[in-house]
Design a binder for this molecule. Sequence first.
Ligand code: HEC
Ligand code: HEC
Length: 336
Amino acid sequence: MAENKYIDEPTGTETVGHEWDGIEELDTPMPRWWLWTLYATIIWGIVYVILYPAWPLVNSATEGVLGWSSRGDFAQEMEAREKELKPIRQALVSTDINKLSGSPELMQTAIEGGRSAFKVHCVQCHGTGADGIRPGSGYPNLNDDEWLWGGDLEAIEYTLIHGIRNPDHEDTRFSQMPAFGRDGILTSAEISDLVSYVRNISGKEKQSASAQRGAALFQTNCALCHGADGKGDRMQGAPNLTDAISLYGLDRESLTYTLTNSRYGVMPRWGHRLDPATIRMLTVYVHSLGGGEASPALEEVAQETLEDIPAGSDGADTADDAAAGGGGEGREDVQS
Ligand code: HEC
Ligand code: HEC
């Protein structure tokens, strides 16, 4: 065939050498730019396969000499973010928990970090709004200002680290209401009277003969933990029974169950699962939800400084008296 090739006169281009019924074909060469582009893509392809993961194998792919992976890329990004956060996390842990509010930057990071950690670890029990999933579930609403074990930063942090009635740790918050009915401590008639009394002091039922009998039983059987006035005791995690807030429900049926069997609410401890900075973030977040309380120690200091100001302007003698009085009042406030 090659011998039939010749240069076509009008175009100056070589023919391919075939001929069909007098029709011949020109062998027009590829344009230069096109060829170079083709070579460039081939070279790029080869270099890519050498440097980056490319050929799929059974379980993975060829790795490439650069060792790059999208997962590694992500890990690196996370690491960079972690590095950025590290000083803040360290500052969070090393700052006295009651002084955190002095640093708005720390507070903001803590609340944001706490909010996302809450979504991962706490919503399954406390609900996405931290409102306890549903009334009567036994999971406390963390937005209100009723606290079983204490609502200042230190108390909340303690609860988070050690958990509540957590069987694997001796420092856990612990108390156990007796199962008055099941264990035969009270008869079902007595329990019914106590139910009337509890409903009466929580504003659900009018005063009655049954509630009055219940009041007497309450003083002998319940006041030890719930207080003579039924307002509860945080040392024992015993709830206030005189308001409308309830863990397990204030209808007669729920109350009868509570008194007969006791409830024994358990919360896992987080001290061994989460790092101290995350615990602190959660603490600040929970505290920020609306029901957070000032620490007793701080309240006392604030009280004293308040009392000091007018006293100082009056004269030295009265200043001493006022300061002493102020301190005493401060402590009373804390206990009530
Ligand atoms: C397995 C369910 C469960 C999980 C998960 C859980 N909690 Fe709790 N939590 C409870 C229960 C139940 C109580 C009430 C225990 C009681 O009766 O004293 C409680 C009580 C609390 C209290 C004490 C409230 C008070 O009034 O003193 C705080 C604070 C708290 N949880 C915060 C958290 C945070 C923050 C997380 C996530 C790190 C979390 N909880 C995860 C079940 C849970
Ligand atoms: C040893 C302490 C203790 C004693 C005694 C005790 N309680 Fe309790 N009570 C608790 C604790 C702690 C809880 C919190 C619930 C739990 O166990 O998870 C509770 C919960 C309750 C609740 C549920 C409140 C709610 O929010 O739903 C009621 C009602 C109640 N107690 C009534 C009584 C009555 C009535 C008596 C006396 C017959 C009594 N308790 C005796 C410690 C005690």
